[in-house]
Design a protein around this ligand. Structure first.
Ligand code: OGA
Ligand code: ZN
Length: 336
């Protein structure tokens, strides 16, 4: 440690009032990696060569080889890039989910060529919109990038997929963030190998069992799967159980792969004053339901709750009726 260059320091982390414990880090050969993964627990995998072929992806290289495609860039007036589902926004605007429901996108989603993105990144000054490129790696990216992509350590990824009974790989998302950008707390319905390529990101995770501490938006809402709690300023009067949330955290750097288990909540920040960050993630579907065994895991119960909520939304139409109906169903009964 002593002669290693210190790569980041704690003053670069945003301050939150949350009880946090460190996520374990192990060498990719260490059997404890698979032990944790098989229990759907997060772990940082060190020294793998999953994205070694992308080590050379600095901004100049990407500018040269990404090609002339239109890439998806989010613009935000502040440091937060809270995800929203366009299809759910459209349903609200069509009046498909009850009346008097309004939604304003917290970020703008635009198509941008890479040179423009990089120019805005370099010339950015306080008061400008922040930028976050989030682009699926597909064949619209240049052929050099495709070559690097094909040279990822697919054996490693495929062996994790097979060993842990995951479904197919659905997507690799390339994320290029400005320092200080934050992806607020949410969960995804996929397994995720989150491979850090450049710069440092702090990841705060919570298990699916903490559903009640994190107050997800209703499923019909464009912010479905996101926590309603603003970590910068939690409204404890509305979200009292957030005080009981107990998370796991880690700072990942180049060469680290963080396993984010399916349905685990995660908040991700590019460290302040650390320059930009580059990540590629690997999203895998859940395994086939034929391999489900009992007792069910916590995340599978969250999936069940989502299905019930969707079903009620479909038949009741007005989302404001969903909660009261469930409340009647549960509380309108004698329980010992
Ligand atoms: C993810 C994710 C956001 C980020 O990979 O699932 O939410 O800012 N990433 O890296
Ligand atoms: Zn995510």
């Amino acid at each position: 440690m002593s002669n290693e260059k210190k790569q980041w320091d704690p003053s670069q982390l945003r301050k939150y009032d949350i009880n946090l414990e460190q996520i374990s880090r192990y060498d990719y050969n260490d059997p404890r990696v698979d032990e944790l993964m098989s229990q759907n627990k997060p772990v940082i995998i060190e020294n793998s060569s999953v994205v070694a072929s992308a080590k050379k992806w600095n901004l100049d290289y990407l500018e040269k080889y990404m090609g002339n495609g239109d890439y998806t860039v989010f613009l935000s007036r502040n440091h937060k890039f809270k995800y929203y589902d366009d299809k759910k926004v459209a349903k609200i605007n069509n009046g498909d989910v009850g009346k008097n429901i309004e939604f304003t996108q917290p970020t703008k989603k635009v198509d941008m060529k890479l040179p423009e993105f990089l120019k805005r990144l370099k010339e950015w000054k306080r008061g400008d919109d922040r930028l976050y490129l989030q682009q699926g790696l597909n064949n619209t990216v240049g052929s050099e990038i495709v070559r690097d992509f094909l040279n990822f350590d697919w054996n490693f990824c495929n062996s994790k997929q097979a060993k842990h009974n995951w479904g197919p790989l659905t997507y690799n998302l390339l994320l290029i963030a400005m320092e200080g950008n934050v992806t607020p707390c949410h969960y995804d319905e996929q397994q995720n190998l989150f491979a850090q390529i450049y710069g440092y990101k702090r990841c705060i995770l919570f298990p699916p069992s903490q559903f009640e501490c994190l107050y997800p938006y209703p499923v019909y809402h464009p912010h479905d799967r996101q926590s309603m709690v603003d970590f910068d300023r939690p409204e404890y009067s509305k979200f009292p159980k957030f005080k009981e949330a107990k998370g796991y955290e880690a700072v990942v750097g180049p060469g680290d792969v963080l396993y984010i288990p399916i349905y685990w909540w995660h908040h991700i920040e590019s460290l302040m004053r650390g320059g930009h960050t580059i990540t590629v993630n690997f999203w895998y579907k859940d395994g086939p339901s034929s391999s489900i065994s009992y007792p069910l895991r916590d995340y599978q119960k969250v999936a069940i709750m989502r299905n019930i909520e969707k079903m009620l939304q479909d038949v009741l139409k007005d989302p404001r009726e969903v909660g009261p109906l469930l409340r009647t169903m549960v509380l309108g009964r004698f329980t010992e």
